[in-house]
Design a protein around this ligand. Structure first.
Ligand code: AMP
Length: 291
């Protein structure tokens, strides 16, 4: 497996590959890799000849109040994992390589960046859009893989690709969970044993919301109330949001119908955790995907 830390060396490796007729798949990550990243890598592996993982903790997606310095870094283990998962190359740029001067050119995706996480994480999706656009220009991937766990992020990237005409095919990875239902996240390592037990209440609460829909409830607020009270019962009390909205444009629903996103953000201890279900709601309620 190759490792590159400069854009120039990465580009010359990829150019040689392209000249040989190889296609490229990219999995952008912030490191502290886990089984969710692994599944993204597996999907990318099936999608192209050259599989590249980027590992970069992107400062522009953290707001001033968020702990960038405390974000977990496990680079040596990540590199071993990438090798074991069949990656051809890893891109591990330093901060000054990705941001050579103070960033003044931004990618801002209106509308869908504002609700859910956009309300509290001001500027977050501008940072995400900008770093992913930079990576797409550096790598020029044929395929890029994103996880549905970060549903709003996946939609922001999808709109960016559509509207800025990036020639990349996006693939979505389903949310990978531990046996107890907790969605895998680099932030789970901040949880104590007790907090971890409580955190499993997030997926359980989403399931309670699904049961309400299966039982025929079609008022979004009523479903959200079921989810919020299930969260509180399992000891998840610092709830940032529970929302049931349209899964295409993230706008409020008058009544629950079509492809919908049931999304939760909550703090458990110091960890801010998010999770969601994407559901097709008609007469029946089925799991589906964002795109
Ligand atoms: P991150 O390193 O947290 O920025 O995540 C890198 C990519 O992995 C993003 O596209 C995430 O959506 C995806 N990802 C993170 N956690 C999971 C998970 N539990 N299941 C599937 N994909 C995930």
């Amino acid at each position: 497996m190759e490792r590159f830390s400069t854009i120039a060396s990465l580009r010359s490796y990829l150019r040689a590959g392209k000249q040989r007729g190889n296609s490229i798949a990219l999995v952008p990550t912030m490191g502290a890799l886990h089984g969710g990243h692994r599944r993204c890598v597996e999907i990318a592996r099936e999608s192209a000849d050259i599989l590249l993982v980027s590992i970069f903790v992107n400062p522009t997606q953290f707001s001033a109040s968020e702990d960038l310095a405390g974000y977990p870094v496990t680079l040596e283990r990540d590199l071993e994992d990438c090798q074991a998962w069949g990656c051809d190359a890893v891109f591990t740029p330093e901060m000054h390589e990705m941001y050579r001067s103070k960033q003044i050119a931004w990618v801002d995706v209106d509308g869908i960046s504002q609700p859910l996480c956009g309300r509290t994480r001001v500027g977050h999706f501008r940072g995400v859009g900008t770093v992913v656009a930079k990576l797409f220009h550096m790598v020029e991937p044929d395929v890029a893989v994103f996880g549905q766990k970060d549903a709003q992020q996946a939609l922001v990237i999808q709109r960016m690709v559509e509207q800025l005409n990036f020639p990349v095919q996006l693939r979505l990875c389903p949310t990978i969970r531990d046996a107890d239902g907790l969605a895998l996240s680099s932030r789970n390592r901040y949880l104590s044993d007790d907090e971890r037990k409580r955190a499993t209440g997030i997926f359980a609460a989403l399931q309670a919301g699904r049961r309400a829909l299966v039982g025929g409830e079609r008022a979004p607020e009523a479903v959200c109330r079921v989810v919020a009270s299930a969260l509180r019962e399992s000891g998840v009390t610092e709830i940032e949001y529970v929302e049931l909205i349209d899964a295409q444009d993230l706008k409020p629903l008058a009544t629950v119908q079509g492809t919908v996103l049931l999304a939760v953000a909550a703090r458990v201890g110091v960890a801010r955790l998010i999770d969601n279900l994407v559901l097709q709601v008609g007469r029946n309620v089925e799991d589906t995907t964002l795109f």
